[in-house]
Design a protein around this ligand. Structure first.
Ligand SMILES: [Zn+2]
Ligand SMILES: [Zn+2]
Length: 316
């Protein structure tokens, strides 16, 4: 029989010993003059740091290594630990997708704090090469868990967190029902958004004359809400951004965003008295109102025109 070197087996066989341990090499050991065991010691399938520190939020189970908190797929501690190891240690290997990993927690290594929180443990990581099950490797890492509150939960507990304010205003008593309707819809919308992403919520609602101020947990939620309202209502929108300080940890500037929303005090077919003449509201576009006079004259006005106090609406 001819082997891959082009010699007959019996020519080479007598000289084939492992260069490390001296064991006679068999046909299954084509690892550059080493037996499989010695080869794997020299070239482990994967190599990891022997320790890892992970922050875990006591309230929501989110985990982080530094600043960015990751929401876990499920909220069970052992599962969170495995997710953190996969994310922070095995990510690059998992991307290549050539090794099957199996993680187990060494219960004998568990160390608990005085408050009965698991603070330290060993995680055993076994890997096996997908295309050759003879090639495997095992490492044990020491994992430290820091139990704390994530940014979001500490803000939630504090109850004072807001970065964005949405001011909803109507012109007079007549529009109070509109305001109530809008608030109901906003509450539903915000609840659904919170279901999908716990960072998004309304932290406070303050009554104002002819309106309310909504304190929102994120600027994102403000944008979602504006988009949502735009699809249903006509209003004047004024946005402002104010520097309120610096984030102590990240050193970034902190801004407070404000959006003032003034609902147009008109609907289609309303009759309005302007400069001695009656006009009916023929159409309302994204930013203009198209009016039709008694003698068929057309008048096109910006929304802002109707907030100046000189409009007399006629009841039909
Ligand atoms: Zn060997
Ligand atoms: Zn949390």
């Amino acid at each position: 029989m001819w082997n891959s070197y082009g010699f007959k087996d019996d020519v080479l066989m007598p000289n084939r010993f492992c260069a490390i341990c001296g064991k006679t090499l068999g046909e299954d050991d084509p690892h550059f003059g080493m037996c499989l065991e010695c080869y794997l010691k020299e070239h482990p399938l994967f190599e990891l740091l022997d320790h890892l520190s992970v922050n875990i939020c006591i309230d929501c189970g989110s985990f982080s290594k530094k600043e960015i908190w990751i929401e876990p797929v499920d909220n069970e501690l052992f599962s969170i630990i495995k997710q953190a190891v996969q994310r922070f240690l095995l990510k690059s290997f998992l991307k290549r997708d050539n090794i099957d990993f199996d993680l187990s927690l060494n219960e004998e290594s568990f160390i608990y704090s005085s408050k009965d929180l698991l603070t330290s443990l060993e995680v055993v990581i076994q890997g096996i090469l997908k295309k050759d099950y003879n090639i495997k490797h095992q490492e044990t890492i020491k994992l430290n868990l820091n139990h704390m509150l994530c940014k979001n939960c500490s803000n939630l507990r504090g109850g004072t967190y807001f970065l964005s304010i949405m001011q909803l205003r109507v012109k007079d008593e007549e529009q109070i029902n509109l305001l109530k309707q809008v608030l109901d819809e906003i509450n539903n919308f915000a609840e659904q958004t919170f279901e999908n992403d716990h960072k998004q919520y309304i932290s406070k609602i303050e009554d104002q004359k002819y309106g309310v101020d909504l304190y929102l947990s994120t600027h994102e939620l403000l944008n979602y809400l504006i988009k949502f309202l735009k699809s249903k209502y006509n209003f004047l929108l004024k946005r402002t951004k104010k520097l309120v300080g610096r984030d102590k940890q990240g050193g970034k500037n902190l801004y407070r965003f404000k959006a003032l929303i003034k609902f147009l005090p008109l609907s289609k077919n309303d009759i309005i008295f302007i400069k001695g003449q009656n006009f009916s509201v023929e159409n309302i576009t994204k930013n203009k109102v198209i009016l039709k006079g008694e003698n068929n004259t057309k008048l096109i006005k910006d929304y802002s025109y109707f907030f100046n106090g000189k409009i007399i609406k006629k009841k039909l």
